[in-house]
Design a protein around this ligand. Structure first.
Ligand SMILES: NC(=O)C1=CN([C@@H]2O[C@H](COP(=O)(O)OP(=O)(O)OC[C@H]3O[C@@H](n4cnc5c(N)ncnc54)[C@H](O)[C@@H]3O)[C@@H](O)[C@H]2O)C=CC1
Ligand SMILES: O=C(O)C1=N[C@H](C(=O)O)C[C@H](O)C1
Length: 255
């Protein structure tokens, strides 16, 4: 069997590290990377990341036309760009290419668009693609059932430049039916990659569930896990937490 061909949208702080994880995994070949602007146009992501071979030709969003995904076929598209990336790959969805979107915040219009793609192909959307946070999310729902009267607060910590509230924290609030305004606490300091904590406060004890991404490589590993799962699945909307929840149900070790 040939290698799994990957196309990546976004080559910023996270896209670069994710590209590196795919380059390091012998199951995959990085076909191309699309980024905004003309920086490093037609250079290879592999060379920019220090490898001595050509992989992951860099394209600009201006290169995307109706034929882009036909002339440069991939087995999965991974999006670490921003919320506007999704408008550019309708043709990929129409061609049946599985899509993994890791964008942390979409407006309703973009959510509607991604749902329309899921009618054409398999789409996994996850504001936090690490295995760990999705295990934590399932565990938190179990704990909430066991201790329904506990006070629950969510704390999310990220690097200083992150503008939006963590999409992960919002998703946690949603699955625990908590009001975001009241129970979500955000901290922005230094270079924290991403830390989420769920505090369960009871009269005589406190339970803290937390997950910390200590390197953006965790997102690349999550994307690899997601691609392996998604290829071959029928069209539809998938999430990391439903995949992990199913693994809990089946008692299959994740690692
Ligand atoms: N789901 C997850 O687990 C994670 C999600 N993220 C999310 O991934 C996104 C990217 O994060 P960073 O790399 O930190 O941001 P960044 O700002 O460092 O990089 C963004 C990259 O996307 C490119 N870009 C912007 N618009 C584009 C478009 N329309 N098409 C193609 N490329 C485009 C930019 O040129 C840049 O290369 C954010 O939404 C972030 O919250 C980040 C880490 C983990
Ligand atoms: O912007 C980021 O970097 C991250 N965003 C995600 C979020 O908003 O929840 C997840 C991750 O912690 C990193």
């Amino acid at each position: 069997m040939g290698k799994i061909r990957i196309g990546i949208f976004g080559f910023g702080k996270t896209g670069k590290v994710v590209a590196n994880e795919f380059l390091n995994d012998s199951l995959f070949t990085l076909a191309w990377v699309v980024r905004k602007g003309q920086n490093d146009h037609h250079k290879y992501a592999s060379r920019l990341l220090g490898y001595e071979f050509d992989a992951g030709e860099i394209f600009s969003i201006e290169d995307i036309d109706d034929n882009f995904f036909i002339e440069r076929p991939v087995d999965a598209l991974v999006d670490f760009s921003d919320s506007t990336g999704i408008y550019l790959y309708k043709k990929a969805a129409e061609a049946g290419i599985p899509i993994i979107s890791a964008i942390s915040k979409y407006e309703q219009e973009e959510m509607n668009l991604i749902k329309s793609y899921a009618k054409l192909t398999s789409v996994l959307y996850s504001p936090n693609i690490t295995l760990g946070i999705n295990v934590l999310m399932v565990a938190a729902q179990i704990l909430q059932k066991i201790a329904p009267h506990a006070d629950i607060e969510i704390v999310e910590e990220h690097f200083k430049g992150k503008k939006e509230v963590s999409g992960t924290a919002k998703r946690i609030a949603n699955v625990l039916s908590l009001n975001e305004e009241e129970h979500l606490n955000s901290i922005r300091v230094g270079g924290i990659v991403g830390r989420h904590e769920i505090i369960f406060g009871m009269p005589n004890q406190t339970i803290r569930l937390y997950h910390e991404s200590i390197s953006r490589a965790a997102f690349g590993q999550g994307a690899i896990f997601a691609v392996k799962y998604l290829i071959g699945q029928p069209p539809g909307m998938y999430t990391m937490e439903t995949i992990i929840a199913e693994m809990f149900r089946q008692n299959i070790p994740v690692y």
